[in-house]
Design a protein around this ligand. Structure first.
Ligand code: HEC
Length: 125
């Protein structure tokens, strides 16, 4: 009989979650895909993460950066390009090294076999 007394509980939970989902759906559209949806916690951890995210997501989503895979030299060129063409602050010295190390470590050139097509999910990373 104990079981029967609580049979309304699942219904209540269902109703509550439906209300919640509706409230969320109403908030979503205006903000969908805004760069602000990106959170620093989504980036791989490592030295320079805060600096890189802060600098590179000032003008565009960090996804534009993380979609790329480049060598350290190419990232260096990209930073110069961002400065010369788009007015990014000209970061030099240790700060630049920190950011370049982060970019080169976490967004290295993609191996050709991984660029598209089949990826073996069991292959060692
Ligand atoms: C002052 C603004 C600004 C900052 C800061 C900035 N960018 Fe950009 N970036 C742009 C603009 C504008 C574009 C798109 C136009 C273009 O491709 O020229 C762009 C495009 C890119 C692209 C795409 C290029 C392509 O081939 O599609 C990459 C990669 C990139 N930025 C990397 C970076 C990195 C890495 C940083 C941080 C070190 C950074 N950006 C910081 C303005 C900025």
């Amino acid at each position: 009989m104990v079981v029967r007394r609580f049979h309304w509980l699942p219904m209540l939970a269902l109703a509550a979650s439906a209300t919640f989902a509706t409230a969320q759906a109403q908030q979503r559209p205006a903000e969908a895909f805004a760069p602000k949806d990106e959170r620093i916690e989504d980036l791989p951890e490592g030295p320079g993460r805060d600096e890189t995210f802060g600098l590179c997501s000032a003008c565009h989503g960090y996804r534009l950066v993380s979609n790329q895979g480049m060598t350290r030299d190419k990232w260096d060129e990209t930073m110069t390009w961002m400065t010369e063409r788009h007015g990014m602050p000209d970061i030099q010295g240790a700060d630049r090294d920190l950011i370049l190390d982060y970019l080169a470590t976490h967004h290295p050139p993609k191996a050709p076999a991984r660029a598209g097509g089949f990826r073996n999910p069991f292959a060692p990373q």
